[in-house]
Design a protein around this ligand. Structure first.
Ligand code: ADP
Ligand code: MG
Length: 401
């Protein structure tokens, strides 16, 4: 049985016209000899009546924080509505569809409401539906805890649902349909001439997704990588071939950088070792930050100073910790961490030098850098984010022409 999981994101199911395109993709899968299993997100973006953020705006912030369980219940409705509406439209085309919730599809999670982790997926129900020659339309982004309450699995979670189902059903592949042609060399909203990446390795996509490219959820990439399921990212609106993600490609890729992405809302912190009086707390700083659930990155430790970044939301907490330890620090607010990702940079000298040269030409000061085998990060002030990304994109030859 050749099963194909097809996931459609929020904009893909937002209007009747878009859903017609979705139905055409499902019919095409059938014609190609697959048994399609469809996963849907909530319809549209904030402001549209059944989008996740709209549903959330119906309850107060205070209630949200205190009643995570209720919050999950209202959030799960968006995908349920979407599944039923799409099933209706599929049925009009002489096919039988069965809309089901994550819970009905036996997606079992822990009870970490709002950000639950999936523990197990029992594909029995889905196989039953497929076996009766019907198309399951599964509500993404949700499951049910062992104690029987509806949970959601974090923003962008429908991608995760799709890959988990692909794994449980031993699907041939998982197709993620969205509003762009596939994975691009940069977010097309930031770089107008970003180009489509036709083939890319799981590792590179994971790095891009993890470092801010929201086209796919990083957890979905990791699960697909571990279970070796081919993933394809495609545009619902056209017939472009999209981006194929797998491990069987790119051994000899000739590009150094595959894509560029960024995370903003970072704050750069420098903590100075105070020799007089010798403050021993300097050595406990990272433990204290961890105890206070402040995560740090771009960490550089020197004899007399520690430099790192935190998320903007942690800044007040950081100040409380640093002051309670009696440490001196300085802060640069509103920073952006740009990541250049590419398996091809491994062992190639001069990549960092080139990055610095490109940014210097634009008079952009680099506040910090870090690198791994396949990613180079540089921290810049957020007001330079767009200029920096565009300059790097061009400088590394990623622009289309
Ligand atoms: P969906 O609702 O279909 O899940 P998302 O909004 O989550 O869609 O993801 C698609 C968006 O991701 C695109 O509209 C695009 O702006 C953004 N994006 C960010 N980085 C990239 C990238 N490198 N390639 C493609 N799209 C990207
Ligand atoms: Mg998404």
């Amino acid at each position: 049985m050749k099963i194909l999981v097809q996931k459609f994101g929020g904009t893909s199911v937002s209007t009747h016209e878009r859903r017609e395109d979705v139905v055409n993709k499902v019919i095409k899968a059938k014609k190609d000899g697959y048994f399609p299993v469809v996963v849907v997100s909530a319809m549209g973006r904030k402001g549209q009546p059944y989008a996740t953020d709209t549903l959330l705006s119906l309850i107060s912030d205070n209630f949200k924080v205190k009643n995570k369980l209720a919050c999950d219940l209202i959030m799960s409705c968006g995908e349920i509505i979407s599944a039923v509406v799409l099933s209706d439209e599929i049925s009009k085309r002489e096919l039988h569809a069965v809309p089901i919730t994550g819970a009905q599809a036996s997606i079992i999670t822990d009870d970490n409401y709002n950000e639950a982790s999936v523990i197990n997926v029992d594909p029995k129900k889905l196989f039953e539906i497929i076996g009766s020659n019907k198309i399951p339309i599964v509500s993404g982004f949700q499951g049910i805890s062992k104690s029987g309450f509806i949970t959601t699995i974090g923003r962008g979670g429908s991608d995760v649902t799709a890959v988990l189902l692909g794994n449980a059903l031993k699907a041939e592949k998982v197709e993620i349909y969205t509003d762009v042609d596939g994975i691009m060399t940069a977010d097309p909203r930031v770089v107008a001439d970003a180009s489509l990446i036709k083939e890319i390795s799981y590792n590179e996509v994971f790095q891009l997704a993890d470092q801010g490219a929201k086209v796919i959820h990083p957890r979905a990439v990791r699960i697909a990588m571990n279970s070796n399921i081919p993933l394809v990212i495609k545009n619902t609106l056209n017939n472009s071939t999209g981006t194929i993600i797998s491990n069987s490609i790119m051994e000899n890729q000739d590009r150094i950088i595959s894509g560029i992405t960024s995370v903003n809302n970072r704050v750069q912190i420098t903590v100075k070792y105070d020799e007089n009086p010798q403050n021993k707390n300097y050595f406990n700083l990272f433990d204290e930050l961890a105890d206070n659930l402040i995560s740090i990155d771009l960490i550089n430790v020197f004899k007399k100073q520690k430099i790192f970044t935190i998320d903007n939301k942690d800044i007040e907490n950081f100040k409380i910790v640093a002051e309670s330890l009696g440490l001196k620090y300085s802060i640069v607010e509103e920073c952006t961490k740009i990541a250049l990702v590419g398996n091809g940079m491994r062992g190639i000298p001069g990549v960092m030098a080139n990055i610095l040269k490109i940014l210097a030409k634009e008079n952009i000061q680099v506040l910090q850098t870090a690198d791994s085998h396949t990613t180079i990060w540089c921290l810049v002030e957020s007001r330079f984010e767009n200029t920096a990304i565009n300059a790097l994109h061009k400088g590394f030859g990623l622009s289309e022409n």
